[in-house]
Design a protein around this ligand. Structure first.
Ligand SMILES: *Cc1c(COP(=O)(O)O)cnc(C)c1O
Length: 482
């Protein structure tokens, strides 16, 4: 179908949908409409966000949402799940084909859910199953109270080694306040203080000493590729299960930008991801696994999850089908090329980047050279129509709240069609804003980490310049809600 035809059908679908919604709660219809206006009118550089296609968005708004379907394909605790079976089987099939994974599980509602399913399936496979075998029980319901208490003790006393938050890891990789840092004894690996790069020898040394059951690789704010073959070697040496969380960079794996040692699927025992970041699907999660772990992951419900979001699984199937098209490879390569252009744009203007550059979809800009905290930079940029998020940098002197960094990603604007010149211009605009922002002072005259003063006219000037770029690359072109 032609792009124009799709736009025109999408326009009428959403005009009518908003009218129906407005008949019940007009403020929700209005907020939904305004969100499109806002997203169209700002430079979205949040590395974890994207714009899903109209087909993906439309798939989410249906009566598939009304069906309960706890269980797995062909084995449900509810009657009448034939269509949900079709949907879930297709989502899993597209995921297996796209990623070359032996097994895929499409039910997790989010990235965190996918990680919880992965953790508990690893615990089930490595701790619970051997215990049941030893005790001659088929499942935990058959255990005596005493054996059950002993198994619970064992399940609650396993070790996890993950990347620390300030090096770019995620909350679920063993951060203490998160459930992952509480259900496991955890230790964290970081990056080399000089280079900001992962130091595999240091990870191996930690693993030998700590002997974790699970090693988690993957990140939310590390601007470089990871050698997953090396991570697997480390895991094998210490008898750990390698779990890779590719939530951020799944699109680069799907689009074959990360191949060989950089493709996590053949190396990890279990791989998790979100579907809404670089993969450009609906908000949700996926678990991919080697055969050895398939049966345990398949018990995500009732282990961790309740009823799946069938409308979202349908949208995952549509998004994964899109990602299997040849155009998606071009898109993924453009994401990485554009990140390089953005990084060069900063470096050529004298700004400092963590690790000195990027070879994935994101750059981490150290804003301390501008005399600002991440919080001040984030706010000044937002005032100018540039949406980013503050992020700690390794050994951040300003901590995790104020931070010293800004994380910028290229997936969303690449979807709008931005290329090299536009990303160079984006770097120029950002440097312009930060150069013209001064830190504020607190009531007692000390330097503030939050308040700031943006030079006169800067916000308007940058808004106008950003608007020119955005007008050239419209979001959902032809979609008219007026
Ligand atoms: C975003 C992210 C998640 C969590 O995804 P949600 O859908 O927000 O729960 C998990 N792991 C990593 C590495 C992420 O970047």
């Amino acid at each position: 179908m032609s792009d124009e035809r799709i736009s025109s059908l999408t326009s009428s679908a959403y005009q009518q949908a908003l009218e129906v919604i407005a008949s019940v709660e007009p403020r929700i219809a209005e907020a939904t409409r305004q969100e499109l206006v806002d997203q169209r009118g700002s430079l979205k550089l949040i590395a974890s966000e994207n714009y899903a296609s109209p087909a993906v968005l439309l798939t989410m708004g249906t009566w598939l949402s009304d069906k309960y379907a706890e269980g797995t394909v062909g084995h449900r605790f509810y009657a009448g799940c034939q269509n949900v079976d079709t949907v879930e089987a297709l989502a899993a099939e597209h995921a297996r084909e796209l990623f070359g994974a032996p097994y895929a599980y499409a039910q997790p509602h989010s990235g965190i859910d996918a990680n919880l399913v992965a953790f508990w399936s690893i615990l089930a496979h490595r701790v619970e199953t051997p215990a049941l075998e030893r005790l001659g029980a088929k499942n935990v319901n058959e255990l005596t109270e005493e054996d059950w208490e002993s198994l619970r003790h064992d399940l609650g006393n396993q070790r996890l080694l993950g990347m620390s938050l300030d090096a770019g890891g995620h909350l679920t990789h063993g951060f203490r306040p998160n459930i992952s840092g509480k259900m496991f004894h955890q230790q964290q690996y970081g990056t080399d203080p000089e280079t900001g790069l992962l130091d595999y020898d240091a990870v191996a040394a930690k693993a030998r000493e700590f002997k974790p059951l699970v090693i988690v690789a993957g990140y939310s704010a590390y601007p470089r590729r990871v050698n997953f073959a090396k991570m697997r070697e480390i895991a094998d040496e210490v008898g750990a299960t390698l779990m890779v969380d590719m939530a951020h960079f799944a699109g680069l794996v799907a689009g074959k930008v990360f191949t060989g040692d950089e493709d996590p699927i053949p190396h990890a025992h279990v791989t998790t991801t979100t579907t809404h970041k670089s993969l450009r699907g609906p908000r949700g999660g996926l678990v991919l696994a080697q055969e050895e772990f398939a049966a345990d992951v398949d018990r995500g419900c009732p282990m961790v999850l309740g009823g799946p979001l069938s409308h979202v699984m349908a949208a995952k199937a549509v998004a994964l089908a899109e990602a299997r098209r040849p155009e998606f490879r071009t898109y993924a390569q453009n994401i990485a090329d554009n990140a390089k252009s953005l990084a060069e744009g900063f470096l050529s203007r004298g700004a400092r980047l963590v690790t000195g550059g990027t070879d994935n979809h994101l750059v981490l800009l150290d804003v301390s050279g501008f005399g600002l905290t991440g919080r001040q930079a984030e706010s000044a940029l937002l005032d100018s129509g540039v949406v980013t998020n503050r992020n700690s940098i390794p050994q951040d002197p300003n901590g995790a709240w104020y931070t010293s960094g800004i994380r910028l990603g290229t997936p969303a604007l690449t979807t709008r069609g931005f290329g090299h010149d536009e990303f160079d211009r984006v770097a120029e605009l950002i440097v312009d804003v930060l150069t013209n922002t001064e830190p504020g002072t607190t009531k007692d005259g000390k330097p503030s980490k939050a308040s700031y003063r943006l030079g006169d006219g800067v916000a308007d000037k940058i808004h106008a310049a950003a608007g020119e770029l955005l007008d050239k690359h419209p979001l959902y072109p032809g979609l008219d809600l007026a």
